[in-house]
Design a protein around this ligand. Sequence first.
Ligand code: NAP
Length: 254
Amino acid sequence: MLDNPYRLDDRTIIVTGASRGIGAAVARTAARQGANLVLVARSKSALESLADELPTTIRIVDGDVSDTETAERALDAAEEIGSRVWGLVNNAGINPYYGPIVETPLHEWDDVLRVNLLGAAVFARAVGRVMIEHGGGRIVNLGSIAGLTGLPNIGPYNASKAAIDALTRTLAVELGPSGVLVNSIAPGTIRSEMVDGLLTANPALAERLVAKAPIGRVGDCQEAAEPIVFLLTDAASFITGHVLVVDGGRLAAG
Ligand SMILES: NC(=O)c1ccc[n+]([C@@H]2O[C@H](COP(=O)([O-])OP(=O)(O)OC[C@H]3O[C@@H](n4cnc5c(N)ncnc54)[C@H](OP(=O)(O)O)[C@@H]3O)[C@@H](O)[C@H]2O)c1
């Protein structure tokens, strides 16, 4: 345990989907708390720019999260850093399609489930094994309120995020005896590249989302990152198997 339970000094966190959006905000926030980081995504140049601005020891790994080789390279990079492999944030995700399930081509299911679900499982499997050897660790998976509702026209995305919560609970039960705590975060609408396109193309949807949020606005990436980093710290040492909703009250409003 560190003196300050909110610090992450001398601990290495692997963050997937770190090239922009919520993942980049997690990297900045964890580094501010002293964490060393392995940043994973496909855009190497974006990872390099982010690495340049961070104050701790950083390694970057460019690759697809659904590829087991990417996870192995991330672990090699973490080993190179030398501090304990403490955390994994399974943040990489996509939501590129829009349309009702009866009209959804099967390849869209493949694409979304491969990145959002299989990618998280690939990393949890590889990093979880190392955490078991080290006697503990933290995994935070990115779910969504989309996985807790039946939002129309993004069926594969909703299913992938509901599955993330099931993955979280199962990992929490399987890894708890080894000291590995596993939780998911279910953000509401957070301004990022993923949703900007959708909101710009559908101003009426943007208005509806804001109208339904009790605090009257969508969130920003930092507001999603702070609770993720909290779950990585010693301050969250008795929380596991939990889905933390971070949505400005949107779900409560029905
Ligand atoms: N924004 C929201 O409103 C919201 C709400 C609920 C949940 N979430 C979840 O939060 C996470 C982050 O979303 P975001 O809004 O920050 O999205 P974003 O801005 O589109 O960022 C997605 C990140 O995932 C990476 N990525 C995508 N496919 C990948 C792959 N196959 N392999 C490796 N990396 C990949 C992207 O990097 P590259 O393109 O460089 O690979 C990027 O860094 C996602 O899991 C998303 O579902 C977002």
